[in-house]
Design a protein around this ligand. Sequence first.
Ligand code: ADP
Ligand code: ZN
Length: 347
Amino acid sequence: MTGHPALAIDIGGTKLAAAIVHPDGRIAAHDRTATPSPPPERPKGGGESSPGGVGGRPPTMNRPPERPEGAEAIWSALVALVDKVFADAGAPSLAGVGVGCGGPMTWPAAEVSPINIPAWRGFPLRERLRARYPGLPVRVHNDAVCVAIGEHWRGAGQGHDNVLGMVVSTGVGGGLILGGHLIDGGTGNAGHIGHVIVDPDGPPCGCGGRGCLEAVARGPGLAAWAREQGWRGDEDDPTGADLAEDARAGHPVAAAAMRRAGRALGLAIASATHLCDLDVVTVGGGVSQAGDLLFTPLTETFNTHARMDFAQRVRIVPTALGQTSGLVGAAALVFRASRYWGPSDKQ
Ligand code: ADP
Ligand code: ZN
């Protein structure tokens, strides 16, 4: 590996982010822009009702019509962002391109269909980037997996071999590192902690199942449950952040909603820890900003259910890299391929 930096890209339904990242994980230049989107076809009642970000509904459900112009508009915005970051860093020679993108996608070919980017359905992201960066390795993985990699390589999981990295935001996603290596599973989908079942009789999930962690603990799910119980019933669009604020102020329904999410996370983490004999679980994403409102019931529930000694040694911690962990993890697909990029298809 040369000392050249990598181009790192993070693609989500809300924002596109890009960075030039040094081989040691330091960020040389970094920028972001809103993901161009045609107005979504929201169900009546609106609010935070569409699943996505990480995890969520597979592309076969409620597939929106193809929007080729929309697809190219997003690609153009991405190219403009990437070119700006590249120029900001002084137009360096690159070691490769690493990308975290919202799922699902075919993998490792990375024809992507991010739930929150309806204009991209089967968009040939890896091929497009290869054409733009001929001769360079171009590697694309799930965005939550890249967050887990970033936290393992340079964040809160550093120095540990067995790490579950979680993102609790509009969706709930994750990535699994065991024995110091990313676990891809048969189709690149290992680590989908958001669809571990925490309540068989729980709410329907965007994946088509019921009672998944994501259905209970994603930000919009929390807010929806609280509204059903009468919280801010008269307002249009209360968010997870509003809920956390009210819970802190002592609103009983808001506090119960946060406890419910924390408990669901604690159950899922207890199961994952028993299954995988984890050292560290990192928890990030917008909902994790609720802090002790989430982490206290999470830890209590974990302690109730994770009774074996080997499970009790796990440390459950907030992410350390904040907004940049996905970019740092995407760069690690280039710089630390032996740990984080399993496919034989290295270019
Ligand atoms: P994305 O899903 O686009 O990656 P975020 O990671 O910011 O975005 O997550 C957004 C979700 O987190 C929303 O549902 C929002 O209501 C929720 N959220 C943001 N801040 C907080 C907070 N302080 N407490 C609880 N939920 C929050
Ligand atoms: Zn599910």
